[in-house]
Design a protein around this ligand. Structure first.
Ligand code: URP
Ligand code: ZN
Ligand code: ZN
Length: 465
């Protein structure tokens, strides 16, 4: 009762070749030319298509509390599926007074399990610092969680931590093989700049970027890298948008420090001018760090080509514009931060990276699937097309052009951040552990249900990133 994916071009992070892929149950059984379809219940014609490992999105926020509201829940994860992502790694919010371990289990049990249409893993997310935290971080590996995120930003909310907390977290994480992820922006400076903007009645969405200039990101990035060097610990700087921050990560890595980076499709393609759209449309583009000028977008694309950020994650946040973004109608500091893009991540990077001749297909596969699988200790079950790996496959048809739009979106919100932008090719089919969940570009259900996948510790270190 297998499946044969016939006649496509298999792309991995290290090469590509014409081959059939034979799936047996949930796993890839064989890869080769002219494989026998005998015993297969389904043969999928992949002629003219690229067969990619299912996307692993290192950075999603489903059911995230932020600014007095919540992002869309896991019932909207079919959007990940049609976007070519078969595994999301979601951040578990930590309710005040609850440990991060219990917060993770709560997120799995109450928010994700039974609802997710794709497989999911979880990052810890520190939102309540207490001494128990430093005992808990190393023990996360016991429940299959090898990553935790700390925030240097969002002053006045439960998110922001001080430098000493970050150092202690890095110190206890390192021997356990837990990778610390950091949101690097100087929360104190942003807080002051925001107050100055509001006092001057500068309250429109464009002041979001004014209060979060590139230097507040690069300063925090230098500091985070220095603190990680002090601890001798690996660090993954997430959603990097400023070129100076990206170069700082590159330079730290060149010095031999285990410093890694993640950027996002919007920082490679969407500019700061979107925040000035009239009639409060700019609120759709309020995310942190802020969107930047073209030189930063160009630098992010070059960086992805050069391998300085290992990962391109979506930082998906499903907030509705009509209600949720309007919470900040009269004050940009009250606009919930984040934009939806789990559905668009692969298509944006393909269109403006691969099809535009800026990055290779191998690099594409690495940043959207293989490297994030490694970081999260999921490789080679996830992020790879190899015998024994999970049969999570994306068939990308590179032919034709369309336009990205909210009209056919499954993200559960009332806008698409890439509305009207060109898309090259499309995701034709997606298999999750051997079962077709997307056919002819449409979500067809996930009867087996998305599964909680546990990660091994020392993800980055063991896999030699
Ligand atoms: O604007 C963003 N990125 N919102 C989500 C929370 C975070 O900082 O990742
Ligand atoms: Zn963040
Ligand atoms: Zn995020």
């Amino acid at each position: 009762m297998g499946v044969l994916v016939r006649g496509g071009t298999v792309v991995t992070s290290s090469g590509e070749f014409r081959a059939d892929v034979l799936v047996d149950g949930e796993k890839i059984k064989a890869i080769g030319d002219g494989l026998d379809a005998g015993g297969c219940s389904e043969v999928i014609d992949a002629t003219g298509m690229y067969v990619l490992p299912g996307g692993v999105d290192n950075h999603t926020h489903f059911a995230l509390p932020f600014g007095g509201t919540y992002t869309c829940g896991f019932d909207t994860t079919p959007a990940a599926a049609v976007g070519g992502t078969t595994t999301i790694v979601d951040f578990a919010p930590q309710p005040r007074g609850m440990g991060i371990r219990d917060a993770i289990l709560k997120h799995v049990e109450e928010s994700a399990e039974g609802k997710s249409a794709v497989d999911f893993s979880i990052h810890g997310m520190v939102m309540d610092v207490n001494d128990r935290l430093f005992e808990e971080i190393p023990k996360l590996v016991d429940i299959g969680i090898p990553t935790v995120k700390l925030f240097m930003a969002y002053k006045g909310t439960p998110y922001m931590v001080d430098d000493a907390t970050l150092l202690r977290a890095l110190q206890v994480a390192k021997p356990a093989g837990v990778t610390v992820m950091v949101h690097a922006e100087n929360g104190d400076l942003i807080d002051l700049l925001q107050k100055q903007c509001v006092a001057a009645r500068q309250v429109e969405p464009k002041y979001h970027a004014v209060s979060r200039p590139p230097i507040v990101e690069s300063e925090a990035t230098y500091r985070a890298l220095a603190i990680a060097a002090l601890a001798g610990a690996p660090i993954l700087l997430v959603h990097v948008s400023a070129k100076e921050a990206m170069w700082a990560i590159r330079d730290a890595a060149n010095r031999g420090e285990p410093a890694y980076g993640e950027t996002c499709p919007h920082y490679m393609t969407l500019g700061i001018e979107n925040l000035s759209r009239p009639d409060f449309e700019g609120a759709k583009y309020v995310c942190s760090p802020a969107l930047r000028t073209k030189d930063h977008q160009d630098a992010m694309r070059a960086a992805v080509k050069n391998g300085w950020p290992q990962v391109v994650g979506s930082d998906h946040c499903g907030f509705n514009w009509a209600e949720q973004k309007h919470l900040g109608r009269d004050d940009f500091t009250k606009i919930p931060n984040g934009a939806p893009s789990v559905e668009n991540r692969l298509a944006v990077l393909w269109t403006y990276g691969v099809a535009a001749g800026r990055i290779s297909r191998q690099r594409f596969v690495d940043v959207i699937s293989t490297a994030p699988a490694k970081f999260n200790g999921l490789f080679p079950a996830k992020g790879h097309i190899g015998v024994g790996s999970d049969a999570d496959l994306v068939l990308y048809d590179p032919s034709g052009e369309s336009v990205m739009t909210v009209k056919n979106s499954l993200q559960g919100v009332d806008y698409c951040a890439y509305e009207g932008m060109k898309q090259s090719g499309h995701i034709h089919a997606v298999l999750l552990r051997g079962k077709t969940i997307v056919k002819d570009g449409k979500f067809v259900g996930c009867p087996q249900g998305g599964r909680f996948v546990k990660g091994q510790p020392y993800g980055a270190a063991y896999t030699g990133l």
